[in-house]
Design a protein around this ligand. Structure first.
Ligand code: 5GP
Ligand code: ZN
Length: 122
């Protein structure tokens, strides 16, 4: 846990969030300001700043995170198959549009149109 990190506080239950899924290592919750009908954030519970700070050993849990996306999207109401689907976004650093410095995966979906800001960043 990193002090003054909003997502560490959410992971620890110190700040409430609308949770979708939780296990020992990960937490998925609804974005407070959704950019699409479905907008989920998936985080590792341990504090990791961004993809800029990871190393090759992190590929196992990062791969796990990516592999969790389809089930979470479906659970949140994204339609299956080519007519449905979802978008995955990972912002890294200021130039990458990252506002919260705790690595998080945006999972965006649902019927279009979406907010303009969902096109490039979320
Ligand atoms: P970033 O720009 O860092 O990739 O995305 C941060 C996301 O966190 C934004 O989409 C923003 O709406 C969301 N967010 C910021 N504060 C909170 C909060 O307190 N609760 C939840 N659930 N989402 C938040
Ligand atoms: Zn954190």
């Amino acid at each position: 846990m990193s002090e003054n990190c909003l997502f560490c506080k959410i992971a620890a239950g110190a700040i409430p969030a609308k949770k979708l899924f939780e296990d020992d290592d990960f937490l998925a919750f609804h974005d407070i300001n959704p950019a699409a009908p479905v907008h989920i954030l998936l985080i590792p519970k341990k504090h990791v700043q961004s993809l800029q700070t990871i190393s090759p050993e992190d590929s196992v849990w990062l791969g796990k995170m990516l592999a969790m996306a389809p089930a979470l999207a479906a659970q949140a109401g994204c339609r299956p198959g080519p007519e449905g689907g979802f978008r995955v976004v990972l912002n890294n650093g200021l130039d990458g549009g990252q506002e919260i410095n705790h690595l998080h995966m945006h999972i965006l979906g649902g019927p279009r149109p979406w907010a303009d800001r969902a096109a490039v960043a979320a």
